[in-house]
Design a protein around this ligand. Structure first.
Ligand SMILES: [Zn+2]
Length: 201
C-alpha cells in the first residue's frame, strides 16, 4: 500500500502545530506480506474522548494497546473489504464477545462499551460472514452496532463530523473526511488546515 493510497483511505485529520486538536496514529501502513517494520493497514484517530480505528488489518488491536485504552474505543471505520484492511475483525469481535460473556456470567469485569462498525454498504453482512468463517458458529455480540456509509452522507461520531466520499480502489471503497465539532471536548479546535487532502473520484 503506497503512502498515496493510505492518505486517500484515511480520515483527513485536522492537525495543529502546537496544541493538537486531533491525533492520527499510524499503527500499520503495509500489507499482509511479512515485513519486519510494517504491519497491515490500521490507524487510530483520536480527539477528546473519541477514539476510532480507520481500517484494522491483522495485529492492529494488539498494536493499539500501546497508544490507547482499547476499552474506550468508540468503534472502527472500514474503507473497503480487502482482508488486509479488515483482517483484525475476528480478534476485535472475539475480545468484545469474551468481555460481554464474562460480564454476563457475573465476573468482575465491566461490560464492553458500545462498539460501532462503520463501513460501505453491505458491511454488516460481510462482517458476519467473515466472523463465521473465522470461528464457525460465532455471532456478533450485543454491544456491536453497524452503520453503513454511502457517498455524500454526513454523520456525527463523538467529537467528529464525518463526511463520506467515493474513492477509487474497489467498487465499494469509501473515504471519510473528518472535522471537529464545535462542541468537541478536545483541548483546541482550530478548524481545517490548508494541507488536507480531498478524496478524489
Ligand atoms: Zn485494498
Amino acid at each position: 500500500m503506497s503512502i498515496k493510497q493510505l492518505l486517500f483511505s484515511l480520515l483527513s485529520i485536522t492537525l495543529q502545530q502546537t496544541a493538537y486538536s486531533a491525533q492520527l496514529t499510524i499503527l500499520g501502513s503495509g500489507t499482509c506480506m511479512p515485513q519486519p517494520h510494517r504491519k497491515a493497514p490500521g490507524n487510530l484517530v483520536s480527539a477528546g474522548n473519541t477514539h476510532v480505528f480507520v481500517d484494522a488489518g491483522p495485529g492492529i488491536l494488539q498494536a493499539a494497546t500501546k497508544h490507547v485504552d482499547v476499552t474506550t474505543l468508540h468503534g472502527a471505520f472500514y474503507t473497503h473489504f480487502h482482508f488486509d484492511h479488515i483482517g483484525d475483525l475476528p480478534d476485535i469481535l472475539t475480545w468484545l464477545h469474551v468481555n460481554q460473556w464474562s460480564h454476563d456470567l457475573g465476573e468482575d469485569i465491566a461490560a464492553p462499551s458500545p462498539f460501532t462498525i462503520y463501513g460501505p454498504v453491505g458491511i454488516e453482512n460481510h462482517v458476519k460472514t467473515f466472523l463465521n468463517l473465522a470461528f464457525a458458529g460465532a455471532t456478533v455480540t450485543k454491544c456491536v452496532k453497524f452503520v453503513e456509509l454511502a457517498p455524500g452522507q454526513t454523520i456525527e461520531v463523538g467529537d467528529f463530523k464525518v463526511t463520506v466520499h467515493k474513492v477509487p480502489h474497489t467498487k465499494e471503497s469509501v473515504g471519510c473526511r473528518s472535522t471537529l465539532l464545535p462542541t468537541s471536548s478536545s483541548p483546541s479546535n482550530p478548524g481545517s488546515c490548508g494541507c488536507l487532502l480531498q478524496p478524489q473520484g
